[in-house]
Design a protein around this ligand. Structure first.
Ligand SMILES: [Zn+2]
Ligand SMILES: [Zn+2]
Length: 117
């Protein structure tokens, strides 16, 4: 039996923890990215850059924190588009799904910039 009282959590202790679905300020373009309710927000909705924060999607367990630059985009069928990132710090390749409110102009721009294979 656990008894929780409102005073159990002091402000200073509780605020050190960030929820996975919290919004963030994009370090690439400075846009304040709002939280995504359906899943973890993993990239900027405006410039589509992300941060290398996950080892597995949404876990925020990676200490790299490098800038993820969108390199290419592929259509992922019903799930929309998949953005393929390259981390500017450790060079890892990371894939993220696009979100419903991503800047579609930017998605098209990356699609057009891709070399036809
Ligand atoms: Zn951005
Ligand atoms: Zn990295």
């Amino acid at each position: 039996m656990k008894k929780l009282t409102p005073s159990s959590f002091s402000h200073s202790a509780a605020k050190k923890f960030q929820k996975n679905d919290s919004g963030f300020v994009c370090i690439n373009c400075g846009f304040v990215v709002p939280a995504l309710r359906s899943s973890s927000r993993d990239h900027c909705t405006q410039c589509l850059h992300g941060l290398h924060v996950d080892i597995n999607p949404g876990d925020r367990a990676n200490t790299c924190l490098g800038l993820l630059e969108p390199a290419s985009i592929t259509a992922g069928g019903r799930k929309g588009y998949v953005i393929h990132y390259k981390c500017q710090v450790c060079g890892a390749n990371v894939n993220n799904k696009t979100a419903a409110d991503d800047n579609f102009e930017e998605i098209l721009k990356i699609c057009k910039a891709q070399q036809p294979s």
